[in-house]
Design a protein around this ligand. Structure first.
Ligand code: ASP
Length: 346
C-alpha cells in the first residue's frame, strides 16, 4: 500500500472552523475552501491526495436538518469508491446529531467518516481548528498493513480523542474539549502518537457493501422530565397529530414520577402506536427499568428501554427506523438493539 495511492475527501459544511476574522470589522465570516487552504499551508505536506467539496453557502450547524444529512450521504456514496476516507468539517453545535444520523444512514460503511470542527476559527492565532483538521485527515487516511481502513465508521475527532459518532455529545460551549463520549471509550487517543484501540471498532458483515439510506421520518419529539411537570404539557405532546415516537428523558436509571395521569398518557399513546423510548438525563450510565418501582411502571406501560443511548442517537435512530416504514412493534424491537454501535446492549 503506497501513500501516493491514498486519498481523502474533505466535505466542508460550515461552522466556526471555517470562519475567518475580518481584519477590518473583527466579525466572523464564512470562507470558501480555497481560503482555508491558504490558512492551512500544512495541508500541502500530506503525501497523498486531498480533494474538497463544500456546501454553498456554508451553514451554521444550528441550521442542520435531514435535508443536509441526505446531501452528505449522497456525496459520500457518490464518491465512495474514489477515496479511502472522508472528513466532514461541521459546526460543533449539532455535530453529534449529524454523526448519529450518518451512522444509521450509511449502513455497512467500510471507510472512515470523520467529523471535526473547532471552537475557534481557523484564522485565529490560537485556533484548535488546524490540529483537529490535520489529525482528522490523518485518521481518515489511516490503513493497516493489509490496506484496510483502521477505523471504518462514523466518528467525531475533537481535542485528542476519536469518538464513536453516535456515542458522543457536545458538553462544553467554551473549552477546546467540547465533546465527550461518556458511555464508550475512545477509538483513538492522540498525543505524540495516534494510539488506536481497534478492539472496539465495529465489525461489518462479511462481503457487505455500503447501503446509503435517505428516508427519515421526523415525526418525533423529545420529552424531558422535571419535577413539577404539568399534565397538560405531557398530554399536549402525546396529542400531537401524526406523532410517531417520543424520546422520554427520565431521571437516573430510567425513573419517572408515579402519577396515575402520567403513566396513563404513556400507555394510551403506546396503544395508538407511538413508540416511547426511555433514556436517562444523566450523561453517563444506562436505563434499567427493573431497578426501581418508578422505572418498572414505565416498562409495564410499554415504554422501550433506550439503554445508554445519547439523546442525539435515540432521536436520529427513531427518524431512521420510522423512515424505513417499519411498524411500531419492529421499531420498538430495534430500539432495544444496537444497529450501529449506538448502545451497549444487555
Ligand atoms: N454555531 C457554530 C456551529 O455549530 C458553533 C461551532 O461551530 O462551534 O456552526
Amino acid at each position: 500500500m503506497s501513500l501516493s495511492s491514498t486519498s481523502v475527501l474533505i466535505i466542508y459544511t460550515g461552522g466556526t472552523i471555517g470562519m475567518i476574522e475580518n481584519p477590518g470589522t473583527g466579525a466572523l465570516e464564512s470562507f470558501n475552501f480555497e481560503q482555508l487552504q491558504k490558512h492551512v499551508p500544512e495541508l500541502r505536506r500530506f503525501a497523498f491526495r486531498i480533494d474538497s467539496l463544500q456546501f454553498d453557502p456554508p451553514m451554521d450547524s444550528s441550521d442542520m436538518d435531514p435535508g443536509a444529512w441526505r446531501r452528505l450521504v449522497k456525496i459520500i456514496s457518490d464518491n465512495y469508491d474514489n477515496y479511502n476516507g472522508f472528513v466532514i468539517l461541521h459546526g460543533t453545535d449539532t455535530m453529534a446529531f449529524t454523526a448519529s444520523a450518518l451512522s444509521f444512514m450509511l449502513e455497512d460503511l467500510g471507510k472512515p467518516v470523520i467529523l471535526t470542527g473547532s471552537q475557534l476559527p481557523i484564522g485565529v492565532l490560537r485556533t484548535d481548528g488546524k490540529e483537529n483538521l490535520m489529525t482528522g485527515i490523518e485518521i481518515a487516511a489511516a490503513r493497516d498493513k493489509n490496506g484496510d481502513p483502521l477505523i471504518p465508521e462514523v466518528c467525531i475527532f475533537f481535542e485528542n480523542h476519536l469518538m464513536r459518532g453516535n456515542r458522543t455529545t457536545k458538553m462544553n460551549a467554551e473549552n477546546f474539549n467540547a465533546f465527550r463520549s461518556f458511555n464508550c471509550p475512545p477509538l483513538a487517543t492522540v498525543g505524540i502518537h495516534i494510539k488506536y484501540d481497534r478492539s472496539i471498532r465495529l465489525h461489518r458483515k462479511k462481503g457487505a457493501t455500503l447501503k446509503p439510506h435517505d428516508r427519515l421520518d421526523t415525526r418525533v419529539a423529545i420529552l424531558k422530565l422535571f419535577p413539577g411537570i404539568e399534565e397538560n404539557i405531557v398530554k399536549a405532546i402525546f396529542d400531537i397529530e401524526g406523532l410517531k415516537a417520543v424520546v422520554l428523558e427520565t431521571y437516573g436509571s430510567g425513573n419517572a414520577p408515579r402519577k396515575e395521569w402520567f403513566v396513563r398518557h404513556l400507555r394510551e399513546a403506546g396503544e395508538r402506536g407511538v413508540v416511547i423510548v426511555n433514556i436517562t438525563q444523566c450523561s453517563a450510565g444506562s436505563v434499567e427499568m427493573r431497578r426501581y418501582g418508578n422505572g418498572y411502571q414505565l416498562l409495564e406501560a410499554g415504554v422501550v428501554c433506550g439503554h445508554d443511548s445519547t439523546t442525539e442517537a435515540a432521536v436520529t435512530k427513531l427518524m431512521f427506523l420510522l423512515g424505513q416504514g417499519y411498524p411500531p412493534e419492529k421499531v420498538r424491537q430495534l430500539m432495544e438493539l444496537s444497529i450501529a454501535g449506538e448502545i451497549a446492549e444487555g
